[in-house]
Ligand binder design. Structure first.
Ligand code: FES
Ligand SMILES: [Fe+2]
Length: 463
């Protein structure tokens, strides 16, 4: 299942795409080449019908999502490096459901409903470490494997003798260092749900990465408004004009895979089609001043004689991979070292692919249809053979703190401030939509349409 042939889906002829260089053209010039099993495209024309604006703003629609979609999907709940040692645990909350993921003595992971079986207190409100899971109310205590260990005043609970009092488990499974939970016993296995990600990410070995920077903020907009701002690159033309000299925004390639996975592949080191051809020096100069998705790298870089800007940037990143002792350094293509391979996993998780420090997004309604908790992580690869360091602590920004106030990620924060300057006003506008319609670009916003079509599949049936 995990290696299904990408040609299962046939590209739709007749859907216009940006004139000029395509991603396929750019990849064809790269050496070494991206392996075909990763570079293959997959697209379907999903149509042009408008999306109803009330899907973002209506309380009833939100409650339908809560009842029919969220309990049935695989949700990314943690990364390995957040809880590496036995007894380490992570609390993951979403829409009133809470789960505790606990590292076991054999380093496997169990996920439990985060509810005391006595009178229902949440067992843990924060991630951390525990030798056992003791409820803070009256002290019912479970071992980290979920077995009931201690009941204070046991004489008063003799009626529980013989009753299964182990903590109920939630389905959990992992891929690429990520741990997912799913409350639905009938949901497909994680590997099928994620297809074709496991095959794509095989070379990139994200298990060797740690969360180097982790920033979160509450955004006053519906969770889909926020997530969809990261599903297309073409808003760069007005929202992020400073990246256009080194970003293929309008010629980003959008791929639609199964119900749950799609990809935007945005080439870097090439000028935006909006700007036309630029001198290679201009591309490098703009990149040096404005890129920097790796918090540890210096963004200063100058053109290597005989190489294009893209080749220079690829070579620089290949050298960084080599310095980590990574055995894939010689095989890594410029695209895998440089471009934004922005995958989306339905409904609220977006891991970037490739070899370099990768960005990861997660969005949760927090707590209702008009507010979102957005988290951004920057992953950094551990040197080959060295242990993967523990995750950095999450920085929760206050409502008035800009993303750019985080120094650890250089200029990346300023890009998110540009995005967030739109999103509350997108939500405000949608609330007062005159025609209850949102129009989407047929190609560049195909991932948004794909997302809504999958959402509709969940909403159509009761759990
Ligand atoms: S509610 Fe947990 S011990 Fe009483
Ligand atoms: Fe953006």
């Amino acid at each position: 299942m995990a290696d299904r042939d990408p040609r299962d889906f046939v590209a739709a002829p007749g859907v216009p795409t940006c004139p000029g260089d395509s991603v396929a053209d750019i990849l064809a010039r790269d050496t070494p080449r991206v392996p075909p099993e990763i570079s293959a495209d997959s697209f379907r024309d999903l149509g042009t019908a408008p999306i109803a604006a009330h899907r973002y703003t209506s309380r009833d629609f939100f409650l339908l999502e809560k009842e029919r979609m969220w309990p049935r999907v695989w949700q990314m709940a943690a990364r390995d490096e957040e809880f590496p040692e036995p007894g380490d645990l992570v609390v993951y909350d979403n829409l009133g459901r809470s789960v505790i993921l606990v590292r076991q003595a054999d380093r496997s992971v169990k996920a439990f409903w985060n509810v005391c079986l006595h009178r229902g207190r949440k067992l843990r409100t924060e991630s951390g470490h525990a030798a056992e899971l003791q409820c803070p109310f009256h002290g019912f205590t479970w071992a980290t494997d979920g077995a009931l260990r201690h009941v204070p005043c046991r004489w008063d609970f003799q009626h529980l003798d013989g009753q299964d009092m182990a903590l109920p488990e939630v389905r959990c499974d992992s891929w690429a260092g990520y741990w997912f939970v799913n409350w639905d016993g009938k949901a497909p296995p994680l590997a099928d749900y994620l297809w074709p990600l496991p095959a794509h990410f095989r070379r990139w070995n994200l298990e060797r990465n740690t969360t180097a920077v982790w920033v979160a903020k509450r955004i006053p907009a519906n969770w889909k408004v926020v997530a969809e701002a990261f599903m297309e690159a073409w808003h760069s033309i007005v929202t992020h004009p400073q990246i256009l000299p080194f970003t293929g925004d309008a010629n980003t390639r959008y791929s639609i895979w199964g119900d749950h996975v799609n990809l935007a592949l945005t080439p870097f080191g090439v000028a935006s089609p909006h700007l036309g051809p630029l001198p290679e020096e201009t591309i490098i100069e703009a990149f040096s001043g404005g890129a920097g998705r790796n918090p540890t790298e210096s963004s200063e870089i100058s053109l290597v004689p005989g190489l294009t800007a893209r080749q220079t940037m690829g070579a620089r990143n290949r050298e960084m991979l080599r310095a980590l002792g990574d055995p894939m350094a010689d095989e890594a293509s410029d695209s895998e070292l440089l471009d934004a391979w922005t995958y989306n996993v339905f409904p609220n998780f977006s891991p970037w692919g490739g070899f370099m420090s990768n960005i990861v997004y997660r969005w949760r309604p927090w707590p209702d249809e008009a507010m979102t908790l957005m988290e951004v992580r920057v992953l950094a690869r551990a040197p080959h053979g060295a242990p993967v360091p523990r995750a950095a602590e999450m920085i929760l920004l206050g409502d008035d703190e800009p993303w750019s106030s985080v120094e650890a990620w250089g200029r990346l924060g300023a890009v998110y401030d540009q995005d967030m300057a739109n999103l509350p006003y997108v939500h405000e506008g949608l609330v007062s939509s005159p025609n209850d319609r949102v129009e989407l670009g047929r190609y560049q916003e195909s991932r948004i349409r794909h997302f809504h079509q999958t959402l509709d599949k969940y909403l159509a049936t009761a759990p």
